[in-house]
Design a protein around this ligand. Structure first.
Ligand code: NAD
Ligand code: UDP
Length: 318
């Protein structure tokens, strides 16, 4: 198969491209590098892997056959999308439409990277796909949450109205190598701070929870959704291992063996209090469940951060 990955030079996009290549497929990664980096995929570029610099909010075409489109372009860290609110709304709306138009022209299946954020600050726990969510459209996170909710509606419209084999996955917090140490998300922040012996910043009292998935498991779930079904979704992909941010910070401190201590900082507005995927549908539809323990994932991530102290150099947002 030949697969176009928008956001292909980002954290998740680069792992998806790497795995597709390893399984014998061809990849065209399309990225404007606002939060991703060419160095994430430099080792992949070759006969079966092309990297194209393009802002997908502008229409684009790809020469030749395309069998799959993974639409992953979007700032994803709250720090990033709050710096780029209009860009985030544009890539969720215009970017998604351009990706769907490409899929329609090529007769390709499309998978939209949606998010657990469509559930907002959830009042149902854990969250099944049938839950409609609890989102503040005019709060600071609205630019991301509502862009993804609009993108989901667009996928369904292209599916029903234009016959595109388009689908939705709702991704829960995923971590691993190639996250930018300064991207602002909890795990890269905690690991970077712990390795530097700096205070590890936990927001609020740290009792809020997230459920965290190692990137290799996430990639397996996304590729199953692309390659093994024509189901529209939405399907939750995430590890139900739920943990408070205070316990996560302490765990990372222990795993790194640092002398860092926890420093409590202000909690962001509308920060969700709990989050955990109900993965019944992913198991039934895709036979998917996470295989990598959170501890193993954290150890691999810490090792990568240790080996790549240069990981944030030269990046526009640092
Ligand atoms: P990332 O920031 O590492 O990757 C996003 C990529 O998209 C970057 O390479 C960036 O340069 C590119 N991009 C952004 N706007 C673009 C545009 N207009 N044109 C072309 N490229 C553009 O983030 P990530 O964690 O890899 O997230 C990838 C996708 O998965 C995003 O759509 C995000 O919303 C979604 N997602 C991620 C998580 C997670 O935990 N990592 C959770 C839920 C959803
Ligand atoms: N968080 C934290 N310290 C940090 C960065 C984030 O305590 O240095 C908290 C954040 O307030 C939230 C949780 O960790 O409660 C997860 O934040 P992240 O940005 O990783 O993901 P999201 O909020 O999008 O799920």
């Amino acid at each position: 198969m030949r697969v176009v990955i928008t956001g292909g030079a980002g954290f998740l996009g680069s792992h998806l491209g790497e795995t597709l290549l390893r399984r014998g497929h061809s990849v065209v990664a399309v990225d404007n590098f606002v939060t991703g980096r060419a160095t994430n995929v430099a080792h992949l570029v070759g006969d079966r892997f092309a990297l194209v610099e393009h802002d997908v909010t502008e229409p684009f075409d790809i020469d030749g056959d395309v069998d799959g489109v993974l639409h992953f372009a979007s700032p994803a860290s709250p720090v990033d999308y709050l710096k780029m609110p209009i860009e985030t709304l544009r890539v969720g709306s215009m970017g998604t439409q351009n990706a769907l138009e490409l899929a329609q022209r090529k007769g390709a299946r499309l998978v939209l990277a949606s998010t657990s954020e469509v559930y907002g600050d959830p009042q149902v726990h854990p969250q099944p796909e049938t839950y409609w969510g609890h989102v503040n459209p005019v709060g600071p996170r609205g630019v991301y949450d509502e862009a993804k909710r609009y993108a989901e509606a667009l996928v369904l419209a292209y599916r029903d109205n234009r016959g595109v084999d388009a689908s939705i996955v709702r991704i829960f917090n995923t971590f691993g190598p190639r996250m930018r140490p300064n991207d602002g998300r909890a795990i890269p922040n905690f690991v970077r701070q712990a390795l530097a012996g700096e205070p590890v910043t936990v927001s609020g009292d740290g009792s809020q929870t997230r459920s965290i998935c190692y990137v290799d498991d996430l990639v397996d779930g996304i590729l199953a959704m692309l390659l093994e079904t024509h189901d529209p979704g939405p399907v939750n992909i995430g590890n139900p291992h739920e943990i408070s941010m205070r316990d996560l910070a302490q765990w990372i401190i222990d795993l790194t063996g640092t002398s860092s201590e926890i420093q409590y900082i202000a909690r962001p507005t509308d920060d969700p209090t709990v989050r955990r995927p109900d993965t019944t549908k992913a198991q039934a539809l895709l036979g998917w469940s996470p295989k990598v323990s959170v501890e193993t994932g954290l150890e691999r991530t810490i090792a990568w951060f240790r080996e790549h102290p240069e990981a944030d150099e030269g990046h526009v947002l640092t």
